[in-house]
Design a protein around this ligand. Structure first.
Ligand SMILES: Nc1nc2c(c(=O)[nH]1)N[C@H]1C(S)=C(S)[C@@H](COP(=O)(O)OP(=O)(O)OC[C@H]3O[C@@H](n4cnc5c(=O)[nH]c(N)nc54)[C@H](O)[C@@H]3O)O[C@H]1N2
Ligand SMILES: Nc1nc2c(c(=O)[nH]1)N[C@H]1C(S)=C(S)[C@@H](COP(=O)(O)OP(=O)(O)OC[C@H]3O[C@@H](n4cnc5c(=O)[nH]c(N)nc54)[C@H](O)[C@@H]3O)O[C@H]1N2
Ligand code: SF4
Ligand SMILES: [Mo]
Length: 749
């Protein structure tokens, strides 16, 4: 007899509620959209439909792998043996070489797991290392930096109020393939169509004519890497044409006059040649934004992993401010998540600083406590004291996702200890001495600690594991808690001690906080009130109850708690986004700081970039709806069709270079050379070629049976890791120069 179970989809940022059908043996036989889900209302995409296949991939590891001394490859081991091996290797290393000898790498799936939200902070505190690297520096770090500087909090990220806006200017994002990012919106495509239906306008800025661009009223096929110039000219036009209307925001701003002066030179004429966008079109875009009753500018990966990523993201919110659209319905608004910080009186905060310390080998400034992922290899392979000798990798595949995977691949092979928490033996985890595989998604709980803070509607949902764990198999939370123990934190204690310590700490701070609803209460008595089947659930309960909508442990009886969520399996709607200024601000001035000093310094570099006249080809990425970064190529139902690793090129460029459709092209850049099949298409503009990332599954020693059959090429091997946005340490993955030509000839620009 089959049954059904609810499960929030962990495969992208849209967080759709799914209804799974579970067979006798606990296998997922079908997945459909949960029509009663308060947020996703039944929406599902092909990846969600394939949940069962993703879940049951026979290449998923079912138990730990351990490389025993003298053995060439990792072999199956028991859980206790695997954790004992980690402790035995880790402690002598840190005692001898200090805490920074252990590096930590966190990848994208950590924003989609309960464990990834709850345990890495404790692990990092216990290790005491400054060598943290995450996928943020090949992704959204420029947004954290610009929001940190503007609003004083790198996590205060405004999202477009998609359902109420009248005008969306969407830059370097393709939600029809990605389903959205830093903007959690199940059925993003449907929400864009609804915008058009209610008479709103959609403008898309993208060098490719994507499916999203085809939906737009206006598609601007910009030259890659020049969006900051375009936005500077938009802002300048607003000033020049007296269209600046901050409205009520005016009370919460500093730097408006400085900004006007700083941008005065960015006339549409001065940026047009670099952007390849006519000055009149730039003026029209500015006027449309200013005229819309409510408008939002939103930019993502194609405007983040670029040379001026931080400036671009800063200008996005500058334009939102200048048009009065920040923090107003239909504009760009700050979500309020159920596990976020409860609102408190506004006032000056501690601000956000960059470069409080620097990396050992490359001297890179820390950003939000991290170093650039592009600099990981040099921290391992540059000899000397302080070098990374042990690495803990949680849900990351940097050999494919970061620049110069070949160098990182060699560096990983030289580590004294590498631990991977990963379901697959892939390009990165094949180097691990210990692989600790988390259970598949059907056996894991789901709560969106990170993504609810980026959602276009305030809502909260929790799903318990749809299928119980097999006996003896630890949850990912337990795996990470036991890693914390291996790092030496809690003498002889069990994994539950990790959660208890964090919870006691949280409740202790709340009880001491005069703004908290539990101020003055006994933390131990509060702890005794927590419910939940395990430490992770009790932590969730504590966060919900102390959060903005919480029951305050009885202070607000109808407020949220874990039990309330369990009583509402399809979720609880908390309403549309509401204005949060000035409470959300944490700058030292207590205002929006429009002209932060690091940004002002980088403006010169942007200004000078107008003088360059790029002639050769540049490369940009792309995503496919049935793919997800590097790790879904092993699922047969998600492969094939248009989901292929091809070099897209415009017919005119192809003819110029002597390339025919289906030919093998040679692509070369500073970091290396690749051979890939050519796909001639007018969907990329001239001067631009496009190659997706996450491919290159041809390294030996992996267990990716399906992916390895058609491995594709690793686009990031074209990069040598030196091209970074200096403010955010984020790798330039879009808009870098390449040489291209037919196989057997010298490639040319
Ligand atoms: N050229 C180019 N490069 C890019 C990008 C690009 O657009 N162009 N995009 C960048 C972006 S936006 C990102 S976010 C990064 C992503 O970079 P990564 O996070 O390094 O890459 P993923 O492919 O998401 O790899 C995630 C790893 O997690 C494992 N995994 C899957 N599910 C789970 C789970 O439940 N638990 C755990 N512990 N592990 C799991 C997978 O097997 C895989 O090894 O790539 C970046 N790289
Ligand atoms: N199906 C699927 N969904 C995913 C993922 C996936 O791999 N597959 N990955 C997930 C992750 S980790 C993330 S971060 C999100 C990313 O979500 P999105 O940001 O929507 O990602 P992309 O689809 O890569 O869209 C980036 C667009 O930027 C364009 N672009 C490139 N360079 C430039 C430029 O210089 N200027 C402008 N204006 N545009 C440029 C590209 O042509 C591309 O269309 O997607 C998430 N969802
Ligand atoms: S859109 Fe994203 S969250 Fe929704 S079903 Fe597809 S992969 Fe899952
Ligand atoms: Mo990402």
């Amino acid at each position: 007899m089959s049954r059904t179970a609810l499960r929030i989809c962990p495969l992208c940022e849209a967080t759709c509620g799914l209804t799974l059908t579970i067979g006798d043996r606990g296998e997922v036989t079908a997945a459909r959209g949960d029509r009663d889900d308060v947020f996703s209302r039944g929406y599902i995409c092909p990846k969600g439909v394939a949940f069962g296949e993703v879940d049951a991939d026979p290449d998923r590891l079912s138990g730990p792998l351990l490389r025993r001394p003298g053995a060439a490859a990792a072999e199956p081991a028991g859980w206790d043996e695997a954790f004992a091996a980690v402790s035995a290797a880790l402690r002598p290393l840190t005692e001898r070489h200090g805490p920074d000898s252990v590096g930590v790498v966190l990848g994208n799936p950590n924003v989609h797991t309960v464990a990834g939200a709850l345990y890495p902070p404790v692990l990092l505190r216990t290790l005491g290392t400054r060598n943290l690297f995450t996928a943020s520096t090949v992704d959204q770090m420029p947004k954290h930096v610009s929001c940190g500087l503007l609003f004083g909090d790198p996590l205060a990220i405004p999202v477009p109020d998609l359902d109420r806006t009248a005008h969306l200017l969407l830059i370097g994002a393709n939600p029809l393939a990605s389903n959205g990012s830093l903007c959690t919106a199940p059925d993003f495509p449907g929400r864009l169509r609804a915008l058009r239906r209610r008479g709103g306008q959609l403008t898309v800025v993208d060098p490719r004519r994507t499916r999203t661009a085809r939906l737009a009223d206006r598609h601007v096929a910009i030259r890659p890497g020049t969006d900051a110039l375009l936005l500077a000219a938009l802002a300048r036009t607003l000033f020049a044409e007296d269209l600046v209307r901050p409205g009520p925001l005016a009370d919460h701003l500093t730097g408006l006059d400085t900004l006007r002066e700083a941008l005065a030179g960015y006339t549409p004429e001065s940026v047009a040649p670099a952007c390849d966008v006519p000055p009149e079109e730039i003026r029209a875009m500015a006027r449309e934004l200013a005229a819309a009753p409510a408008a939002a500018v939103y930019a993502r990966v194609g405007a983040s992993t670029v040379e001026f990523g931080t400036l671009t993201n800063w200008l996005v919110d500058v334009v939102n401010v200048l048009t009065g659209n920040l923090d107003r319905p239909g504009g760009a608004m700050f979500p309020l998540s159920a596990t976020g910080r409860a609102p408190r009186p506004a006032g000056p905060g501690r601000g956000f600083s960059l470069g409080r310390w620097h990396s050992r080998a490359g001297g890179h400034p820390e950003v939000k406590g991290e170093f650039p992922l592009a600099a990981l290899a040099e921290e391992i392979d540059t000899p000397g004291e302080g070098r990374i000798r042990a690495l803990i990798v949680i849900g990351a595949n940097p050999v494919l996702s970061a620049p110069d995977g070949d160098r990182l691949d060699r560096a990983l092979a030289g580590l004294d200890l590498m631990v991977s928490v990963d379901p697959y033996l892939n390009e990165t985890s094949r180097h691990a001495h210990v692989v600790l595989p988390p259970p598949p998604p059907s056996r894991s709980p789901h709560f969106d600690f990170a993504l609810n803070a980026l959602a276009v509607r305030n809502q909260v949902r929790y799903t318990r594991p749809a299928v119980p764990l097999e006996d003896g198999r630890p949850s990912e939370s337990e795996i990470l808690a036991r890693l914390v123990l291996s790092a030496g934190g809690f003498r002889d204690a069990g994994p539950e001690a990790v959660d208890a310590t964090v919870t006691d700490d949280l409740l202790g701070r709340a009880a001491a906080d005069p703004h908290s609803p539990v101020h003055g209460r006994d933390p131990a008595a509060l702890a005794a009130l927590l419910t939940g089947r395990d430490g992770a659930e009790r932590r969730l309960d504590a966060m919900l109850r102390l959060g903005p909508y919480g029951d305050g442990f009885g202070a607000r009886p109808d407020g949220l708690s874990l039990q309330r969520l369990l009583d509402h399996p399809h979720g609880i709607d908390l309403g549309p986004l509401t204005p949060r200024l000035p409470e959300v601000l944490r700058t030292r001035s207590g205002r929006i700081e429009l002209c932060p000093e690091p940004v002002m310094r980088d403006l010169d570099r942007l200004g000078r970039s107008r003088e360059r006249r790029p002639e050769g080809l540049v490369l940009v990425g792309r995503r496919h709806l049935r793919s997800n970064n590097s790790w879904l190529h092993n699922v047969p139902v998600l492969r094939g069709g248009t989901n292929r690793c091809t070099l897209q090129i415009h017919p005119r460029d192809a003819a110029r270079l002597g390339l025919a459709d289906g030919d093998t092209a040679r692509v070369r850049a500073d970091g290396g050379e690749l051979r890939v099949p050519v796909e001639i298409t007018e969907s990329v503009r001239t001067g631009v070629v496009s190659l997706p990332h996450g491919w290159g599954h041809d390294r030996p020693g992996t267990r990716l049976t399906v992916a390895a059959k058609e491995p594709g090429a690793n686009v990031n091997q074209l990069l040598d890791g030196t091209l970074l946005d200096p403010l955010a340490g984020t790798a330039v993955l879009n808009g870098f120069p390449v040489l291209v030509g037919p196989a057997g000839t010298e490639p040319s620009p």
